[in-house]
Ligand binder design. Structure first.
Ligand code: ZN
Length: 342
């Protein structure tokens, strides 16, 4: 798997939808475009092939400058992750690694491609790195940071006052670049969310014209920050259903579980039913341990919460549940003040 590198927009790129993009970009691609200011802004999109809002927003941004005959205000490095998966409208193809889990090294072709992008992207330094995603369940728009860093938090807060801080799963793009530059992931709702494209477009327009990332005084005024504390997974082989308790499944989850995202669920809340007592849900914490017993209790067939949590990224897409997870448990996170006193 090679990284294709372009120093101008490939013919047809701005007019091609994500399902057909593979005709223009045969694989993972870095498109380097010169602007008035340096260093470049890195935008990443389509790391997941079924999450097109970022691509559409970048195309709209580039078309607006082209149509106005204006040079970009800042140089842009655009990374388009997985056109082959986009052609199938799937997160990743069978046999491929998840492209947002490959950024902390490894010996697969996807890891080598990621290493090459990191090397090229950091050659001249970057202004910032923004990786644009959609969610498969109902979620408000929010930003993610992988370290408690003033510039990362300030950049994310320009997109949304809702913010998640997480360090697991490992190998996400925003985490790899956060070692060097302000780096975030933004989640812009479901692909069909009509507010996703205009919101991401407005955010990118703003970031492209910044001379510097605004200073943040700290303390989190107006921000709602959550820390991800557990990733909920079903056993690989399990049969899962949604909406009600039904025979023929190992687990069933409550109807519209994704509509609970970002609202607190109290202790003892029912989240589903376990119909196969041989199997258990896993809840993986930030150190990689299964801590399901701290969060979940099985009462007869019911699955209930042992403690209050704020869910996020819960999805009713069975394929995503198996490829990635059912969702995350979070808790409110209090930001420190910057710079640290003393
Ligand atoms: Zn994604």
């Amino acid at each position: 798997m090679n990284l294709n590198v372009y120093d101008r927009l490939p013919e047809g790129f701005l007019e091609t939808g994500f399902r057909e993009l593979e005709r223009v970009l045969p694989g993972p691609s870095l498109i380097r475009l010169a602007g008035q200011a340096d260093p470049p802004l890195l935008l990443a999109t389509l790391l997941h092939g079924n999450e097109p809002t970022g691509l559409m927003a970048v195309q709209k941004l580039l078309r607006s400058y082209r149509d106005a005959g204006e040079k970009l205000p800042r140089s842009l490095y655009l990374f388009v992750g997985n056109p082959a998966a986009a052609a199938q409208n799937v997160r990743h193809l069978p046999g491929q690694l998840d492209f947002n889990r490959i950024w902390d090294g490894g010996d697969r072709p996807e890891h080598r491609m990621a290493g090459e992008l990191k090397r090229l992207a950091m050659e001249r330094g970057l202004f910032a790195s923004i990786d644009i995603h959609n969610t498969s369940g109902e979620n408000p728009h929010y930003g993610c940071v992988n370290k408690i860093d003033a510039a990362c938090i300030q950049l994310a807060s320009l997109f949304s006052p809702k913010l998640i801080y997480f360090t697991r799963p490992k190998g996400v793009l925003s985490s790899a670049f956060a070692e060097h530059v302000p780096s975030i992931t933004i989640e812009s709702g479901k692909p069909e969310d009509p507010y996703g494209l205009p919101h991401v477009y407005a955010f990118l327009c703003r970031v492209m014209t910044l001379d510097a990332i605004p200073q943040w005084a700290g303390g989190g005024d107006g921000l709602e920050v959550f820390h991800s504390i557990g990733r909920v997974q079903v056993p690989d082989v399990s049969r899962i259903g949604f909406s009600e308790k039904r025979n023929g499944f190992d687990f069933c989850f409550i109807d519209h579980i994704d509509q609970k995202n970002f609202s607190e669920l109290p202790a003892n809340a029912l989240i589903g039913w376990r119909l196969n007592p041989q199997l258990g849900l896993r809840v993986i914490d930030e150190s990689g341990q299964d801590v399901a017993e701290n969060f979940l209790v099985y009462e007869n067939e019911e699955i209930r919460l042992k403690r209050a949590v704020v869910p996020s990224m819960f999805t009713q897409d069975e394929r995503i549940v198996h490829q990635d997870c059912l969702g995350y448990f979070m808790e409110p996170y209090e930001l420190p003040h910057f710079p640290p006193a003393g």
